[in-house]
Design a protein around this ligand. Structure first.
Ligand code: ZN
Length: 485
């Protein structure tokens, strides 16, 4: 064996040894292990950093959202205390107004907490969410504010990495008078019995207007029991009334505020629901109103209508129910020619001197006769002889229209006397009393109108003169002479 061969064999043996010895294998395992540990460690650290970043981002987003809500709520003008409650992934925040005694709620904190809890329980999967409960205050007009319990739920959106408002709900909205802080009720809105009765009249006409066959319910409408404050429910948009038990087949009506504008405190409702305060009266003009009682009459009333049409003058006719029943076509003509139709009782008794039932009959029978003839219920009434009492005006339930210029036509029955009398006693805003059943009166009407026109007067119906603001339980002698009965 040569030395060279020996060397080669040794080296061969040597290399064989380095690949096979257990020490080498351990070494490899060790290296792989270290490598794995390092990777795993890096992975853990990386994730820790990432988690931390996420957590930081989430916290940032949370405080941003809360700051945003804080700012929004500052506009509310309700200094509040923030009460936070974290449970796992859900954050509940309640903004509790500091002056809870000024709120229209009993135990505001409890109610808000309960509402927030309800929303919290509705979240199906445990996910990151923020639920906010607060009291919302809104000013609608100078006099009208509202409070509501408001709950908002914000969900964490993983994709967008931000909170988004998922839903909101508003509960227990309560309207209050801004000055007093008191809840607005139908009673606060309507205020007086006179207004209640005024609204009652609007309801009666509305029931007839809405009926498919008004004749069928006319008696029931005229006998409609009066509603009271407790039957009415206020909302800023309309008034809801549950009618007391009645025979009209209707048990609930919704009234638009523009239809009952004269009978409510208008600054307590949504201004959009009101008609524009427009009066046909021009403050620079002087107005006067012609009224004719005791008709209609088959001969004199049509003649009067012709004169009024020629002079283009509108007047108010206080009609007797029994005469309207006899001459419905004349009633219709009067109405269709643009004059106002009003009640003067059925058979002209002294209304204070008859029993309540008889008085009710006088009113209802006249209403019925005028409705049958003209399709409209008379809004106002002139009592025979001007005789009225608090008791009778309550039973009548209509504004009472008196007069302050008496033509004495019923006394003189003389055309010239009537012309002179009216000419000498007329004044701005007055209501002139005449009777369209005397031929002498009809002869006087043309010259009376010409004289007053010459003095610069314009003629309007009494309702126009009073700007449709007449109320039951009040009597009106002229434009500027209103008296509580
Ligand atoms: Zn009379």
């Amino acid at each position: 064996m040569t030395t060279e061969n020996k060397e080669t064999r040794r080296s061969n043996r040597h290399s064989k040894q380095s690949f096979n010895s257990p020490r080498d294998i351990l070494w490899i395992f060790f290296l792989v292990g270290v490598l794995m540990l390092v990777s795993y460690g890096t992975y853990i650290v990386y994730n820790k950093i990432k988690d931390h970043e996420l957590q930081e981002h989430l916290e940032n987003q949370t405080s941003q959202l809360v700051a945003q809500i804080d700012t929004e709520l500052e506009k509310n003008d309700l200094p509040s205390e923030k009460k936070e409650h974290d449970s796992n992934t859900i954050k509940e925040i309640i903004y509790l107004p500091k002056e809870t005694e000024k709120l229209p709620y009993k135990n505001t904190e409890e109610q808000l907490t309960q509402l927030v809890k309800q929303e919290s329980q509705k979240l199906k999967h445990p996910k990151q969410a923020i639920i906010v409960g607060c009291v919302e205050k809104q000013a609608h007009t100078d006099q009208l504010s509202s409070y509501a319990l408001h709950i908002e739920t914000y969900d964490w959106k993983t994709k967008e990495q931000t909170f988004q408002k998922e839903k909101e709900r508003t509960e227990k909205e309560i309207y209050v008078n801004t000055d007093s802080g008191e809840e607005i009720t139908a009673q606060a809105l309507i205020g007086s019995k006179a207004n209640l009765l005024g609204i009652q009249q609007v309801i009666q006409q509305k029931l007839l207007d809405n009926a498919e066959n008004p004749q069928e319910i006319l008696d029931a409408v005229l006998a409609l029991p009066r509603f009271d404050f407790k039957d009415a429910t206020y909302t800023p948009e309309h008034l809801q009334i549950n009618l007391p038990k009645n025979e009209t087949g209707v048990d609930e009506v919704t009234l638009a505020y523009r239809d009952i504008q004269a009978f409510i405190q208008t600054d307590l409702v949504d201004p959009n629901q009101l008609a524009e305060e427009s009066t046909d009266l021009d403050p620079n003009k002087k107005y006067i109103s012609l009224t004719f009682d005791d008709g209609p009459n088959a001969e004199t009333t049509p003649r009067l209508l012709q004169i009024l049409a020629e002079k283009n003058v509108k007047a108010t006719f206080f009609m007797l129910g029994q005469m309207a029943e006899e001459f419905p076509q004349i009633v219709k003509d009067v109405y269709e020619q643009g004059h106002e139709i009003a009640s003067h009782s059925y058979s002209h008794p002294q209304l204070n001197a008859i029993p309540k039932e008889a008085l009710l009959e006088q009113i209802r029978m006249t209403d019925k006769a005028l409705y049958n003839a003209a399709g409209i219920l008379p809004r106002t009434l002139r009592p025979p002889y001007g005789a009225i009492s608090p008791e009778s005006s309550d039973i009548i339930g209509k504004p009472i229209i008196q007069w302050d210029i008496d033509s004495y036509d019923w006394d003189s029955k003389n055309t010239n006397a009537v012309i002179d009398r009216v000419n000498q006693t007329s004044f701005e805003g007055g209501i002139i009393l005449m009777h369209d059943i005397h031929p002498a009166t009809i002869d006087a009407v043309g010259p009376v109108i010409d004289n007053l026109h010459a003095q610069g007067y314009e003629f309007v119906t009494t309702s126009q003169l009073l700007e449709q603001k007449e109320k039951p339980l009040y009597q009106y002698f002229g434009q500027k002479d209103t008296r509580e009965i």
